[in-house]
Design a protein around this ligand. Structure first.
Ligand SMILES: *[C@@H]1O[C@H](CO)[C@@H](O)[C@H](O)[C@H]1NC(C)=O
Ligand SMILES: *[C@@H]1O[C@H](CO)[C@@H](O)[C@H](O)[C@H]1NC(C)=O
Ligand SMILES: *[C@@H]1O[C@H](CO)[C@@H](O)[C@H](O)[C@H]1NC(C)=O
Ligand SMILES: *[C@@H]1O[C@H](CO)[C@@H](O)[C@H](O)[C@H]1NC(C)=O
Length: 340
């Protein structure tokens, strides 16, 4: 064949080759693209907060000098061999409460966070305080986007959805702050997390779980005598967290022999500390009290309580506010609205 013939054939084949390439690309490119995209996790709105966040590093930068603990709740199977639990009495340890706890945990049977949250590579959490600051904030839909929404005590949701959202992953409470019908302001799957401050708190739960005679003594406010919650959603927070919130985060002297009234962390700062252990992103809203001199200023986003009711409390709210500020400045938490 002469060079000319080869040249002509080549020229004729070129368009065919061209079409072939276009054809292959056209049919296979979307599949390739699809594979590339589906290899990456779909980014949800709150997930965009996760970028570049290295939880362990953040934790270490807080200089707590303790390791993070992501097992939040007490489990029947492991509390007997955990020696440290028996060194302190409640609220910071379980000395003397073991039998009561054994009965409670034997009845509740579940000790974990739901699997779909546990398996997340990056957990975004928001802790909703009950403070007046969240009123009219319109944060409801933002709050609902977090993987974990932690609420406190008996704070209502119905009627306040536009400001506080309506998702509740966990609710931290103690008997005096329990509501007799937990279904009203929670979801079906909400974990009801008992924070045991004293032995009576475990006794209260045991009496309800086993429908035993209720002992009313030992509470600063009468707790509900009936409790219509789902037993499988009850969890008991490991006292480790309250102990470390008091000692490591707030530096409260933990000497039990001290004659002074005990100062204990609020459920709010405790929940923030738990979130720092468990979550990759920690945001908070509804924290902060008004100036202690403004006695008429409401303190909650619901109801009519004022600073007056805080006068004789076992909490040091100013010290807690400073601690939150410090955590914010170090980048460990952020406020969803302006800090009070
Ligand atoms: C993103 O959100 C959708 C629905 O809102 C959910 O099905 C999916 O699991 C979420 N993805 C991640 C990675 O959380
Ligand atoms: C950290 O803890 C260890 C043991 O608990 C102790 O020896 C050490 O002094 C602590 N470091 C700081 C900076 O507190
Ligand atoms: C919240 O909004 C309502 C209606 O717009 C208004 O009447 C009320 O004063 C606001 N409360 C606060 C605390 O801003
Ligand atoms: C929360 O509110 C949204 C929108 O109003 C609604 O679709 C959803 O069912 C509510 N969820 C719960 C648990 O009440």
């Amino acid at each position: 064949m002469s060079k000319n013939i080869i040249k002509t054939w080549c020229l004729r084949l070129l368009p065919v080759l061209f079409f072939f390439i276009v054809f292959v690309t056209y049919y296979h490119f979307p599949a390739v693209l699809q594979r590339c995209i589906s290899n990456r996790k779909p980014l949800n709105n709150s997930k965009s907060l996760c970028g570049g966040w290295q939880t362990q590093k953040k934790w270490e930068s807080l200089n707590f000098n303790i390791s993070r603990q992501t097992q939040l709740f007490l489990q029947l199977e492991d509390f007997f061999w955990r020696e440290r639990l028996s060194k302190l009495t409640l609220p910071y340890g379980l000395k003397g409460s073991e039998q009561m706890l054994l009965k409670v945990l034997a009845m509740t049977k579940s000790y974990e966070v739901p699997a779909q949250i546990k398996k997340l590579e990056c957990r975004t959490c928001v802790v909703i305080g009950n403070g007046f600051a969240i009123k009219n904030s319109s944060l409801g839909s933002t709050i609902n986007k977090y993987d974990v929404v932690i609420r406190l005590n008996d704070a209502p949701v119905r009627g306040y959805e536009s400001d506080v959202g309506n998702k509740t992953t966990m609710r931290f409470f103690y008997p005096e702050s329990a509501s007799y019908d937990p279904t009203k302001h929670n979801e079906r799957d909400t974990l009801m997390v008992l924070v045991p401050f004293k032995q009576q708190d475990l006794r209260w739960l045991k009496e309800i779980l086993y429908n035993e005679k209720r002992v009313r003594k030992g509470f600063w406010k009468p707790p509900p005598q009936i409790w219509q919650g789902d037993v499988s959603k009850i969890r008991v927070l490991d006292p480790h967290f309250l102990w470390q919130t008091a000692g490591t985060l707030l530096h409260i002297p933990l000497d039990p022999k001290s004659k002074q009234n005990p100062v204990h962390p609020t459920t709010g700062i405790l929940a923030v500390f738990v979130a720092l252990n468990y979550c990759d992103v920690v945001h908070i809203a509804g924290f902060g009290y008004p100036d202690s001199r403004s006695y008429r200023q409401p303190i909650h986003y619901y109801g009519y309580e004022t600073m007056k009711s805080m006068k004789n409390s076992y909490h040091d709210v100013n010290h807690e506010a400073e601690t939150l500020k410090r955590l914010e400045e170090s980048g460990a938490i952020s406020f969803l609205h302006q800090r009070l």
